[in-house]
Design a binder for this molecule. Structure first.
Ligand code: COA
Length: 259
C-alpha cells in the first residue's frame, strides 16, 4: 500500500521500514504512527517477508512524538494518542517475525520507544538516545516507562527518565539499551547480516522464541517454564525440527520450510 511518511522496501525476504519525515527529524505525528501500524501489519501478513529492519531517513532515527501536535492536546485526546501509539508499538514487539532497529541518529522520546519495541537494537556510533519528555512537562506515552525499565533496570531507567539526559551509543551499549554499535556506513549492512543469520534458522522456532520471551517476561518463572516446555513440544511436531536435526547429523545446511 502507498505510504506518505514511511517507506517499506523488500529485498530477498528482508523488509526495510524507514520512517521518512527528515525535515522534522522523523517526528511521529499521528499520521506517521498510523502508517507504522499499517506497515507492521503488512510485514506480518506478507509471505515474502521474513523479518523487518526499522530505520530513519536522514540524520535522525526518530526525534520523538511530534511536539507541534502534542502542544494542543486535551487530556482525553492525549490519553487516546498514547493508547494508539502503544498499540502500534506493541504490534512491533509481538511480531512473530524478527524486528531489528537500525538506529542511525537521534532516538528520542517516541524514537527511543520505537527502538525499544523492536526485538534487537543496532546503533550507529552517531546515535543518541533519551527520554526527554519531562523537559516538556509530560511523561513518555508510547511505553518508555515500561520498556526502558525492563531493558536497563529501574535505577538506570529512572535516571534517564527523570534527568531527560541524552546518551550516546557507547553509553546505551554499556547499560544494555543497544545490542551492537557499528560505524554509520556499516549500519544497514550489520542489521541485514544479523537478520540473515536469524532467517537461516527454523522460522517456527524463531517465532516461538520471540513469543516465549515476550509473554514469559510477564509470567511467573514457573508459568514461563511451562510455556517454554509447551513450545518445545509443539516444535517436535514440525518437519523443521526433523530437518534441522537431520541436517546436523548429515553435516549439511538445513532447508527449513516453516512447517
Ligand atoms: N517534534 C516536532 N518537530 C521536531 C521534533 C519533534 N519531536 N524534533 C525535531 N523537530 C523539528 C524541529 O522543530 C525542526 O523543524 P523546523 O526546521 O521546521 O524548525 C527540525 O525538526 C530540525 O530540528 P532542530 O531542532 O532544528 O535540529 P537540531 O539538530 O538543532 O536539534 C534535537 C536536534 C533532536 C536535539 C532537537 O530537534 C530536539 O530536541 N527535538 C525534540 C526532542 C524531544 O523532545 N523529543 C520528545 C518529544 S515527546
Amino acid at each position: 500500500m502507498p505510504y506518505e511518511f514511511v517507506t517499506l522496501a523488500v529485498d530477498d525476504r528482508i523488509a526495510t521500514l524507514t520512517v521518512s519525515r527528515p525535515d522534522k527529524l522523523n517526528a511521529l505525528n499521528d499520521a506517521t504512527i498510523a502508517e507504522l501500524g499499517a506497515a507492521i501489519d503488512e510485514v506480518r501478513a506478507r509471505g515474502d517477508i521474513g523479518g523487518v529492519i526499522v530505520t530513519g531517513a536522514g540524520r535522525a532515527f526518530v526525534a520523538g512524538a511530534d511536539i507541534a501536535e502534542l502542544s494542543s492536546q486535551t487530556p482525553l485526546a492525549a490519553r487516546a494518542r498514547a493508547r494508539a501509539g502503544q498499540d502500534v508499538f506493541r504490534r512491533f514487539e509481538s511480531s512473530p517475525k524478527p524486528v531489528i532497529a537500525a538506529v542511525n541518529g537521534f532516538a528520542l522520546g517516541g524514537g527511543c520507544e520505537l527502538a525499544m519495541a523492536c526485538h534487537i537494537r543496532i546503533a550507529s556510533d552517531k546515535a543518541k538516545f533519551g527520554q526527554p519528555e519531562v523537559k516538556l512537562g509530560i511523561g513518555p506515552g508510547y511505553g518508555g516507562t515500561q520498556r526502558l525499565t525492563r531493558l536497563v533496570g529501574k535505577g538506570r531507567a529512572l535516571q534517564l527518565l527523570l534527568t531527560a539526559e541524552m546518551i550516546d551509543a557507547a553509553e546505551a551499549y554499556r547499560i544494555g539499551l543497544v545490542n551492537l554499535i557499528v560505524a554509520p556506513d556499516a549500519l544497514i549492512g550489520a542489521a541485514t547480516a544479523m537478520m540473515r543469520q536469524i532467517l537461516a534458522n527454523g522460522p517456527l522456532a524463531v517465532t516461538l522464541c520471540i513469543e516465549a520471551v515476550d509473554r514469559g517476561l510477564e509470567m511467573s518463572l514457573d508459568d514461563g517454564l511451562i510455556l517454554e516446555a509447551n513450545h518445545f513440544g509443539l516444535v517436535a511436531s514440525t518437519d523443521d525440527m526433523r530437518e534441522g536435526m537431520a541436517a546436523f547429523l548429515d553435516k549439511r545446511a538445513p532447508a527449513f520450510r516453516g512447517s
